[in-house]
Design a protein around this ligand. Structure first.
Ligand SMILES: Cc1ncc(COP(=O)(O)O)c(C=O)c1O
Length: 404
């Protein structure tokens, strides 16, 4: 469906390009993103918002432009609600550690969160005595809305925050965020979503979803590594403390006091990753030109191919619902007797297919089920083809049958 886009990605060009199916970890970058990073260093290697010379003003203009495009993309109320961060982990830490908590405040997450949306809350539980509770999913890993509603009700007036992955990186299963946010709000809670696996694959409108914060990863959206973002409602950002203070975070300082900057500057302490922001600017242009509904459709169609080849093979279990349309482009597999890392190495060396193996930073889910070797996860994106996922699935099945 997006065959012509492959030419934009240098790693997919040439005689025998490898098959890249580790997109849930990080996507490939198209040429305009690479060019934007190079042009920063070659043409205007300045610092935004400080100096007034031409390098600096060029970069400042591009930073403003990028923030404004991201604000439109997610339907924020204002570009000032968009904060540049290092990654989604940084964004979620900013929310968790930037808000004020009382002992006993309840924070709800699910049982299949990435460590980035679990560990900050566990840390707050250890250090500040919040009460972190986990809402169990249905047996097929889909969101259990009744269990969620019950957990909200049980928390009573102690419920302060509901923090949910929009789409899970373990299995590609989406959370009905709009419905969950409505319930959480009815119980007086703030809602934060981890959009790391949703923003690259679907249109996300933060106002329509009815949430308060959203963390996302630019490197999963065809942008540079080391770039992420946080969107937050202005009235909440205005009252949130920065987890990093210093240059940019204050309007002025005296020997004994300072005046905090307004958002977003308050949260962007120190000299920024301007090459990353300019690369982000190009990535947002690139992704904004693509119909994300079609991307989702394409990923599901590729997942149908993988699933149909793999699903009835002895010794392999697909994590999540059998229906690929509920797992986007992710096909995550458990093996009865074989080590997932061995298969991942074999796929790379024998068939030029790159996938991820391990626990994908969702250790808690695997530990809870006593699964100690993790899974093998293939995750497709717009530039993947049917021939590629077929090669992956057929090589995998051959390997499992030979080794099992
Ligand atoms: C669902 C989810 N949340 C959070 C993260 C962490 O993202 P980052 O690497 O940008 O911190 C990931 C990364 O894989 C993820 O998949």
């Amino acid at each position: 469906m997006f065959q012509e886009k492959r030419e934009d990605f240098p790693t997919l060009c040439g005689e025998n390009p490898p098959v890249y199916l580790d997109n849930a970890c990080m996507t490939l970058r198209p040429k305009p993103v690479i060019d934007a990073i190079r042009s920063y260093y070659e043409e205007s290697p300045g610092c935004a918002g400080r100096s007034v010379h031409r390098y600096a003003t060029t970069v400042s203009r591009k930073v403003v432009n990028c923030r404004s495009k991201m604000s439109k993309m997610f339907n924020a109320n204002s570009p000032d609600e968009i904060i540049f961060t290092k990654n989604a982990t940084h964004s979620l830490n900013q929310v968790a550690k930037g808000l004020s908590w009382n002992k006993g405040d309840v924070v709800l997450t699910t049982d299949r969160e990435h460590n980035s949306n679990l560990v900050p809350w566990l840390q707050l539980e250890q250090e500040q005595g919040i009460d972190h509770r986990v809402v169990r999913s249905n047996t097929d890993n889909t969101f259990d809305i009744e269990a969620f509603e019950e957990a909200c009700a049980n928390a009573g007036d102690k419920l302060r925050m509901v923090s949910l992955s929009h789409v899970g990186n373990l299995d590609g299963v989406a959370t009905p965020v709009k419905q969950a946010a409505k319930i959480a709000k009815d119980h007086g809670a703030m809602v934060c979503i981890d959009g790391a696996q949703s923003t690259p694959h679907m249109k996300v409108d933060v106002q329509d979803l009815g949430v308060d914060f959203m963390a996302f990863s630019i490197h999963k959206m065809m942008g540079p590594s080391g770039m992420g973002g946080l969107w937050g409602k202005m009235e909440l950002l205005e009252n949130m403390r920065s987890i990093q203070s210093g240059g940019s975070t204050v309007e002025t300082s005296n020997y004994d006091s300072m005046v905090w900057s307004k958002p977003p500057a308050r949260f962007e302490g120190g000299l920024g990753n301007y090459a990353g922001i300019l690369g982000t600017n190009a990535a947002i242009d690139y992704i904004s030109d693509i119909d994300l509904d079609m991307v989702h459709e394409h990923e599901v169609s590729l997942n149908r191919v993988m699933t149909s080849i793999i699903k009835d093979v002895n010794g392999i279990e697909i994590i999540g619902p059998e229906d690929p349309s509920l797992r986007g482009g992710i096909c995550s597999l458990l093996f009865e007797t074989i080590d997932a890392h061995d298969i991942a190495i074999l796929l790379d060396e024998a068939a030029d297919v790159m996938v991820r193996s391990g626990m994908h930073c969702v250790h808690s889910w695997f530990n809870d089920k006593g699964i100690d070797q993790g899974s093998l996860r293939a995750s497709a994106y717009l530039y993947n083809t049917e021939a590629e996922v077929r090669l992956f699935a057929e090589t995998l099945v051959e390997a499992v049958e030979a080794l099992g």
